[in-house]
Write a protein that binds this ligand. Structure first.
Ligand code: M6P
Ligand code: ZN
Length: 185
């Protein structure tokens, strides 16, 4: 790999000409939301895009850094805000940095069987996800939530781990309209 630079659109924060664009619709994450009936109804009603990712380069080599921008759309399934699938890194000894660029939301981090941390974030916040912690982002706002993420190229995404056990908390809208953290177990 050689040094390079790429422009970012400072309004949308999209990376210009990404090599890979991944779009995740609700149907790509069946079973993730607590309210299965609301999930199925939303899929039947149009299957909304929940989030998309833009990667400038496909980086998998140890020593290099992978990075991408994620745009999460506003929305809910039942009272649960739109969220990412969430993952833990296949190589557990790898961390990640998030820089929130637009909107407001929550970052759920969980060290399996040990600890869980939910922090409410907004544009301008930088978050550090230490090695070994699973992570999921939630859009609690009424506009897009956009963030930039950087992590070791060889980290890998372990989704099966999250599919099997989920996170121990969910972020939902309380009756007063505010986001709240609800424990699952
Ligand atoms: C961030 C990074 C990416 C991740 C994306 C979406 O941009 O952590 O590695 O792919 O969020 O999250 P997920 O992979 O859990 O769907
Ligand atoms: Zn990650």
């Amino acid at each position: 790999m050689k040094p390079y630079s790429i422009p970012v659109d400072l309004t949308t924060w999209m990376l210009k000409e990404p090599k890979r664009r991944v779009v995740r619709r609700l149907s790509d994450m069946k079973g993730y939301y607590k309210d299965g009936r609301a999930e199925e109804a939303a899929i039947q009603a149009g299957d909304p895009v929940v989030y998309e990712m833009y990667e400038p380069e496909i980086v998998e080599r140890e020593g290099d850094l992978a990075y991408c921008t994620t745009t999460m759309y506003p929305g809910k399934v039942g009272d649960e805000y739109f969220m990412t699938k969430g993952h833990v890194h296949q190589v557990r000894e790898t961390a990640e940095v998030y820089f929130f660029l637009k909107g407001e939301g929550a970052l759920i981090c969980e060290l399996p069987d040990e600890d869980v941390d939910v922090r409410f974030v907004k544009a301008g916040d930088v978050c550090y996800v230490p090695a070994g912690w699973a992570h999921r982002t939630v859009n609690t706002g009424e506009e897009e939530l956009v963030f930039f993420a950087v992590y070791p190229g060889h980290a890998g995404h372990d989704y099966a781990f999250i599919e099997a056990r989920g996170f121990s908390v969910r972020v939902t809208q309380a009756p007063n309209g505010e986001p709240q953290v609800v424990r699952e177990r």
